[in-house]
Design a protein around this ligand. Structure first.
Ligand SMILES: [Zn+2]
Ligand SMILES: [Zn+2]
Length: 243
């Protein structure tokens, strides 16, 4: 006699109902818990929507631009970043923002693993996956035990064969970025980082939890370029919403 005559997924579903799991973000009951830790309300909608081919920012409704489809956003048309290209799973708003705040508080749970999975999927879809030679977390400004970008890069690296290279260091003191405008952020961070090893000819993927204006990723890319890296891409869980 078979011990488990029912298909695996039905067993998982039944167990989920018995333990009455809740979504960690909105606390709604989530019967699909074992298969997907976030409830359908909190999972970012991955329906196709226009995004900037350069920085990955999701574009505002087309009518703002008289119905024209744009390839690059208004920031990328006026400012040249050091990044070859960047991608983000979704805008930093609503329940997805709450989910990221939850991940920052509990970076070792199942939610963190699920987020890393989603980031790998997106990177495979939108970036030249096979050319990447290493994963670089955006460095922390001060010594801290809980560093979400490093944790995310670690999980990302565990899901594939790319080595994690935590090579970036801050070499000068910077002001907190919060409240600063884009230009102020750029000058605050300018020449603030250095790579600890030579990276000649490498194609690297920077990982961070949230991209706000892109100033930090730009400065990371400058430091990696200075160490010899050829191309630098970036992947983040979310991006600052359109200002
Ligand atoms: Zn939820
Ligand atoms: Zn852009």
């Amino acid at each position: 006699m078979r011990l488990f005559p029912l298909p695996y997924k039905i067993w998982i579903h039944t167990l989920g109902l018995v333990s009455q799991p809740v979504c960690p973000v909105c606390r709604r009951p989530n019967h699909r818990h074992v298969l997907s830790i976030l409830c359908p309300h909190c999972k970012p909608s991955l329906t196709p929507q226009p995004y900037c081919r350069q920085c990955g920012r999701y574009l505002p409704p087309l009518d703002m631009f008289q119905g024209r489809t744009l390839d690059v956003c208004r920031f990328c048309r006026t400012w040249k970043t050091r990044l070859s290209r960047a991608v983000s799973i979704a805008p930093y708003s609503g329940n997805w923002r709450e989910a990221i705040l939850h991940f920052k508080t509990y970076p070792y749970g199942d939610l963190a693993r699920q987020m890393a999975h989603a980031l790998v999927r997106l990177t495979k879809q939108r970036l030249p996956w096979s050319s990447i030679t290493g994963i670089v977390p955006v460095p922390a400004r001060q010594n801290t035990e809980n560093h979400p970008a490093h944790r995310l890069a670690e999980l990302f690296s565990n899901l594939n064969t790319y080595p994690i290279r935590p090579v970036l260091r801050f070499i000068k003191k910077t002001q907190p970025q919060r409240g600063l405008k884009r230009k102020e952020r750029l000058s605050n961070l300018k020449y603030s980082m250095r790579a600890s090893i030579p990276l000649k000819g490498e194609t690297l993927l920077l990982i961070d939890d949230v991209m706000t204006t892109g100033a930090t990723l730009h400065e990371c890319a400058r430091a990696l370029n200075a160490a010899g890296a050829e191309k630098i891409y970036a992947a983040t869980l979310a991006q600052g919403v359109w200002e």
